[in-house]
Design a protein around this ligand. Structure first.
Ligand code: MN
Length: 197
């Protein structure tokens, strides 16, 4: 069975003006689709076929099978990223808000760490809010297609900091894009579901 491009969880113009329909046309319709197509072509008839995206990513990363790794991980990362945003922003509440306060002191401090991690990632990659094995929360950034599960971390929320994620709407202003993501687009309900799940 091959992978298919998942639909966006909202209309492609639902996040405007923070993220434009044109960005989704390219980022979802072209970039994400290309990772899906490449992955299907690479794994057809191999031992990877039939496994889930995280299994394929971990196995391919361990084997340094970078073509399969990059495409499988990027298919998973992008689906997680679309779900990490919402047109109906609401601040963290309940258990998630308590966990943020415990690990970071405040949502403002988490914002400083998260936007800093994304802004200082050299080249392409991702900023993540994660849960560690000890239950505490942390912020990490990963390079290129890498995902937190490779380090045994549970992803709660992510922002794509590849240039293709923000260039049409923000040109080179990656820090501005991260700030808008954090203050306007972050889907804290999704993060709370991941924390509970
Ligand atoms: Mn991307």
């Amino acid at each position: 069975m091959s992978f298919t491009l998942p639909d966006l969880p909202y209309a492609k113009d639902a996040l405007a003006p923070h993220m434009s329909a044109q960005t989704f046309d390219f980022h979802h319709g072209k970039h994400h689709q290309t990772y899906v197509t490449n992955l299907n072509n690479l794994i057809e008839g191999t031992d990877y076929a039939g496994k889930d995206l995280v299994e394929i990513s971990k196995e391919a990363f361990a084997k340094k099978d970078m073509g399969v790794f990059n495409n499988a991980a990027q298919v998973w990362n992008h689906t997680f990223f679309w779900n990490s945003m919402t047109p109906n922003y609401a601040a963290p509440s309940g258990d998630l808000a308590a966990a943020i306060d415990k690990s970071f002191g405040s949502l403002d401090e988490l914002k400083t760490k998260f936007t800093g991690a994304g802004a200082t990632r050299f080249g392409s990659g991702w900023a993540w809010l994660v849960q560690k094995a000890d239950g505490g929360l942390d912020v990490v950034s990963t390079a290129n297609a890498e995902l937190p599960q490779l380090e045994g971390l549970k992803p709660l929320l992510t922002c794509d900091v590849w240039e293709h994620a923000y260039y049409l709407d923000y040109q080179n202003a990656r820090p501005k894009f991260l700030e808008v993501f954090f203050d306007n687009l972050a889907n804290w309900d999704f993060a709370a579901q991941n924390l509970a799940g």
